[in-house]
Design a protein around this ligand. Structure first.
Ligand SMILES: [Zn+2]
Length: 509
């Protein structure tokens, strides 16, 4: 949920009326300060019953996905940027840098890319926001940075107000990534847009980086500072999180994750899974109504998501085993609130997604001791070859996630998938978005189909269906004696075309 704030890089239309909202804000702060004084003098007043209003400020990176993939196609730049992003927005980093009148907001949970602060009633949010943004700008030179503030008895309450303000463009800082219009110097070998300022150089303690290319200030930071030292120290925060959660889930040490996509896929295809809880705002409202302490809600959602993720990764580990280097064959990129970006070998993707979609609702619900409806989750899955530019994969995953959410009306756990090799960038018109319960229902039939038909037979049928040669496809099924296998899934509502598309990466065991 809390990651939403980093996604909604809204328009800057609010710039037309900053003076008015600033006056309003200052008026409110004066009132809040007055209430605070009343409270300390112990005089009960009408206002004293509402002094609970606290002030929160979120300063964060917008369009995190595009920032992470800014340096182009490879995983190392993405990971380096992910490390830099986590570090620059971590509580630890800010402990000694907090502006006057601000402290770390623990109610927000840890979210990569967002500095969430609570302010003293007399603090001036504009000044605090400007100070925080300038530090972030130095740390993440090419990131878009915005700040929004809100008031409420708790962060969750203020968060609602903050979301509305973002939607209306009422940002108190809106600093898009600087554009370098004319590159007279040699452009950066990575992002190709900013001037190169030096080698993305190898140092003696950092032999893993590229010393043949020149980078701009942002790319150099992600390649050098973000990938410094041994491989374990430059792994994104998400890897540390999943490593810990997997160890707890399996009650055994987790040996860590592959170094890159090639190792992850063992030379074969990979799947990026981008999952996000549905209507988490509604869930928060219901939890509030049932009396869940407000400070516990965001934390509970985060923990529930992490547990479901660990359980799904554990299923992959159980089925596939560790890879040739003894690593768990999954690669988490981002985990924040109910947001998950993770890559798995293509042949494990359906298993992973079925487990995540199936496990998430109860996993989150179990974090709360009040009777709450179980929230649902949607996922976009992209099957790709490790040589595909990662920026394209990430964009495609976001589109498929939206498709899944639209298809399930935000009410059911469902998944939309795209195979960049077989489908290109557009799914076929008849492509469905399976729901969690569909995957469970179709599981036996799909497994029988994959085991009972040759890959070449399925490829032939797919080719015929793509060319609308339906009768010939029927003849081929009958000739190969596979019609009954397809029929049983058709009887369960899954068309032959969709069966073939899903079967392509369906696990055989
Ligand atoms: Zn660059």
């Amino acid at each position: 949920m809390s990651n939403k704030k980093s996604k909604s890089g809204r328009s800057r239309s609010g710039a037309a009326q900053p003076s008015q909202s600033r006056q309003e804000r200052q008026q409110r702060y004066r009132e809040a300060a007055a209430r605070d004084r009343t409270r300390t003098t112990g005089e009960p007043t009408q206002e004293a019953t509402t002094v609970a209003d606290r002030q929160f400020l979120d300063v964060g990176v917008v369009r995190v996905q595009s920032y992470l993939t800014r340096s182009g196609s490879d995983l190392r730049g993405f990971r380096g940027a992910s490390v830099r992003l986590s570090e620059a927005t971590s509580e630890q980093f800010w402990t000694e840098r907090l502006p006057d009148g601000a402290h770390w907001n623990k109610e927000a949970g840890d979210v990569d890319g967002v500095v969430s602060l609570e302010l003293r009633p007399d603090a001036e949010p504009d000044a605090v926001a400007a100070e925080v943004a300038s530090v972030l700008r130095a740390e993440l030179p090419a990131a878009g940075i915005t700040a929004v503030h809100g008031t409420g008895a708790s962060y969750i309450e203020a968060y609602r107000e903050m979301v509305d303000r973002r939607d209306r463009g009422e940002l108190i800082v809106d600093s898009p990534a600087p554009i370098r219009h004319v590159v007279l110097a040699k452009p950066c070998d990575r992002c190709m847009s900013w001037p190169a300022v030096g080698l993305i150089a190898a140092t003696s303690d950092n032999p893993t980086v590229d010393n043949t290319r020149e980078g701009c200030i942002d790319c150099r930071r992600r390649y050098i500072d973000g990938t410094k030292g041994d491989a374990d120290s430059w792994r994104p925060r998400a890897e540390g999180v999943l490593r810990k959660d997997l160890a707890a889930h399996n009650e055994a040490p987790c040996p860590g994750f592959p170094d890159d996509f090639e190792e992850l896929g063992n030379g074969d295809h990979i799947a990026l899974v981008y999952a996000d809880g549905n209507r988490i705002g509604d869930f928060v409202t219901q939890a509030q109504r049932k009396g869940v302490p407000k400070s516990d809600i965001a934390v509970g959602i985060t923990h529930g998501t992490r547990k479901a993720l660990a359980a799904a990764a554990s299923e992959v580990l159980t089925a596939a085993g560790t890879n040739s280097k003894g690593k768990v064959p999954v690669l988490p990129h981002l985990i924040g609130g109910d947001d998950v970006h993770i890559s798995v070998p293509a042949a494990q993707a359906w298993r992973f997604v079925a487990a995540l979609l199936g496990g998430f609702p109860d996993s989150v619900k179990r974090q709360f001791d009040k009777p709450l409806p179980a929230p649902t989750i949607s996922a976009g899955v992209i099957f790709f070859h490790h040589t595909t530019p990662f920026v394209d994969v990430v964009d495609a995953a976001a589109r498929e996630l939206r498709r899944a959410k639209t298809s399930g009306l935000g009410q059911t756990s469902s998944v939309s998938f795209l195979d960049l090799v077989a489908d290109g960038f557009d799914p076929p018109a008849e492509r469905i978005c399976p729901r969690s319960e569909d995957l469970t229902r179709w599981q036996p039939g799909l497994t029988e189909l994959v085991v009972g038909t040759a890959t070449s037979h399925r490829a032939l049928l797919l080719d015929l269906l793509r060319r609308n040669k339906f009768e010939e496809a029927e003849d081929r099924m009958r000739a190969a004696d596979t019609r009954a296998l397809f029929q049983q899934l058709e009887d369960q509502g899954l068309s032959v075309r969709n069966q073939l598309d899903i079967a392509r990466w369906w696990p055989t065991t």
